[in-house]
Design a protein around this ligand. Structure first.
Ligand code: SF4
Length: 386
């Protein structure tokens, strides 16, 4: 068993009502009895996980809308995490919450119970955009939720912002950014809206008046610049934080560090020998609740943590990928040579042997990453043939 502490992810697959029309996450309508049964099943899963003793130093309640569980169930889940994963005193414990599903009392109670971070699904500071997104809250409710989290004593508060949404223009984006940066948050996630197949938005894609690719790129660059000017430097393609505000749990994903995900649709990456294996629970709440052993449902997604994957994930981060960590000089040379070529086009930068993407490179991250991956693979191929 690797002794590195893991990140523990608990998926809470409930939302208050029908799904937001762009959403592809696994979630079902909330019900009190179902929530009780699920809380008990998650506690049982924590107690019986088959991967051996583990310590976690981050816990993330994601969803769905975890705040719907209420203080009693959330506290019980966190107590179980303390018991079964030896959480240290400085453990980061994040709760995703929607503005309409929190109260000051709930947030105060969670703070007392050991939660340290709240991530609020704001998405926009403009009510007409929230309506276009089918969100069940207003900008006023979002402001209220964040102010309550602050009043409850949370030092770490994050807000989600969505870019390239129907009807969004430069002025409304500026309005949303200044709305968020005027609130007591230390972290902002800014994601481009992606139209997922099978969602209502995919069916009516043509009627949505979505910005084209160039306009979406402009949105991203403008948003990045405005956030940086407001004191939120980017640390990952879609994540911006004040100093000390980075999400420690999510950093584990991009740094290829171990995490255990529990609940339907939850993913895990756990060390095994020199590399690691990836696992996922099926998107099936009923199966998770009724299985005698839910871990028998786990889908083995194969080996993870290879160099290609490490490079791909590290390039999402401002801290980048250190070519010195590669096992072979020819792979290192091939990668640095390609990076130098991309640097002449201002798509990446090299400090020492650390390669990271520029703002322009992040916009074209798919093609830039593929070019670097191809160079790495050819270098590694030579190494393996030796
Ligand atoms: S609240 Fe979040 S998880 Fe639930 S449907 Fe909307 S976007 Fe999806």
């Amino acid at each position: 068993m690797d002794r590195q502490p893991i990140g523990l992810y608990l998926h809470i697959p409930f939302c208050r009502r029908g799904k937001c029309p762009y959403c592809d996450f696994y979630s079902l309508p909330f019900g009190e009895d179902l929530a009780d049964a699920y809380t008990a099943a998650l506690i049982e899963a924590m107690a019986t996980q088959p991967f051996g003793p583990m310590q976690a130093d981050t816990v993330y309640f994601g969803g769905g809308t975890p705040s719907l569980l209420g203080a009693r169930r959330l506290d019980a889940l966190l107590e179980a995490a303390v018991r079964f994963f030896a959480l240290p005193r400085d453990c980061e414990v994040t709760l995703e919450a929607n503005p309409e599903s929190v109260t000051l009392e709930l947030l105060q109670s969670l703070k007392t119970g050991g939660f340290t971070r709240v991530s609020v699904g704001v998405q926009s500071g403009v009510d007409s955009e929230l309506t276009a997104l089918g969100r069940p809250h207003t900008a006023r409710q979002a402001r209220q939720a964040i102010e309550w989290a602050h009043r409850a004593g949370f030092e770490h508060i994050s807000a989600d912002l969505m870019l390239a949404i129907p009807g969004q223009g430069e002025e409304s984006l500026r309005q949303s950014v200044s709305f968020l940066t005027s609130l007591p948050v230390d972290h902002i996630s800014a994601y481009l809206l992606k139209i997922e197949e099978g969602t209502p938005f995919a069916q009516k894609r043509r009627d949505l008046s979505l910005p084209d690719e160039d306009a979406a790129a402009d949105c991203y660059l403008l948003c990045s610049r405005l956030l940086e000017e407001a004191g939120f430097p980017r640390y990952e393609i879609s994540n911006f934080a004040k100093p000390g505000g980075q999400c420690r749990h999510n950093l584990k994903y991009w740094r290829c560090q171990p995490y255990l995900g529990l609940g339907p649709a939850a993913h895990s990456y756990l060390p095994q020998g020199a590399k690691g294996r990836r696992y996922a629970f099926p998107r099936d709440l009923k199966a998770f609740l009724t299985a005698e052993n839910p871990f028998a449902l786990l889908e083995d997604q194969g080996e993870g943590g290879g160099w290609e994957e490490r490079l791909m994930l590290a390039l999402r981060l401002e801290e980048g990928f250190d070519a010195k960590t590669l096992p072979d000089p020819s792979a290192r040379r091939a990668l640095l040579c390609k990076a130098k070529e991309l640097a002449t086009r201002n798509l990446c930068q090299i400090r020492g042997e650390v390669i990271s993407l520029t703002g322009e490179g992040m916009l074209l991250s798919n093609s830039v990453t593929v070019a670097l991956l191809e160079a790495l693979e050819s270098g590694l191929e030579n190494y393996r043939r030796q």
